[in-house]
Design a protein around this ligand. Structure first.
Ligand code: CDP
Length: 233
């Protein structure tokens, strides 16, 4: 029986999952894990090393060479790929354009899910992604499924890229990438993005981060954990 608390947040591309997940983790003193960063870091490795995604042996060999680690500072995602900090590079368009392909590979998913389950085995965590409530932690007591208007999502990601110094990628390019990833993520064979039956939907098109945080916090409190489980004050 699980004695730690897992908050699972799934949803479409760039709909603010990580913003709410970070704020929630900070408020609760939980560990935040950005599962998308793991798929993005694997994708960066595949791009740099020209791993043939049609070749199962090449994929297995590549996965053997990859070591991912999170370093939590200020509840921001800091991820290293074989010791190298890649947190900024994995947000750029070359990775965004290829990540859904890499994330559709069964071998990649099996390995990422194994690592994610290990991280959530004993600690209180907030994890966001596409399959957290359905495949990684189907027993999570708190599940959120997030969505927002696609144009609002594109604008938010566009602003984020600009803030990080990308002055070239256009809003249309970002919008197309989101649409393509949503399509690929919801239609793939392996753990497609779908709402878990027991997930609560949060459309944040018109909500401020504070309003979203309050919504999730009330949801967690309403779950009334049993005495032997972790309690939130
Ligand atoms: O931040 P954003 O919503 O743009 O995406 P992300 O969470 O960084 O995830 C990037 C990509 O990784 C997604 O489009 C999915 O293809 C894949 N992903 C996944 O398949 N499963 C997860 N649990 C998390 C991400």
């Amino acid at each position: 029986m699980r004695t730690n608390l897992v908050v699972a947040i799934d949803g479409y591309s760039s709909c603010g999952k990580s913003t709410i997940a970070k704020a929630l983790a900070k408020k609760l003193g939980f560990i935040y894990i950005d599962s998308g960063a793991m798929y993005r870091a694997v994708t960066l490795y595949f791009l740099r090393n020209q791993v043939d995604v049609q070749n199962e042996q090449a994929i297995a060999a590549a996965l053997d060479q990859i070591e991912l680690n999170f370093h939590s500072r200020d509840y921001q995602t800091h991820i290293t790929l074989n010791g190298e900090e890649v947190s900024e590079e994995i947000r750029q368009m070359p990775v965004a354009n290829f990540v859904s392909k890499v994330a559709s590979l069964k071998q990649v998913r099996v390995e990422m899910v194994r690592q994610q389950q290990h991280m959530g085995a004993v600690k209180n965590i907030v994890m966001d992604g596409r399959d957290i409530g359905t495949a990684v932690f189907p027993d999570a007591p708190v599940k959120l499924f997030m969505t927002a208007d696609p144009m609002v999502r594109a604008q938010r990601r566009f602003d984020e890229l600009r803030n990080n110094g990308d002055m070239h990628t256009s809003l249309e390019e970002v919008y197309e990438n989101l649409k393509q990833r949503d399509y690929a993520d919801t239609t793939r064979v392996e753990s497609p993005l779908i709402q878990a039956e027991d997930a609560v939907v949060l459309d944040n098109t018109e909500l401020t981060p504070d309003e979203q945080l309050e919504f999730v916090f009330q949801l967690i409190k309403s779950k009334q954990p049993r005495p032997e489980e972790t309690t939130i004050e």
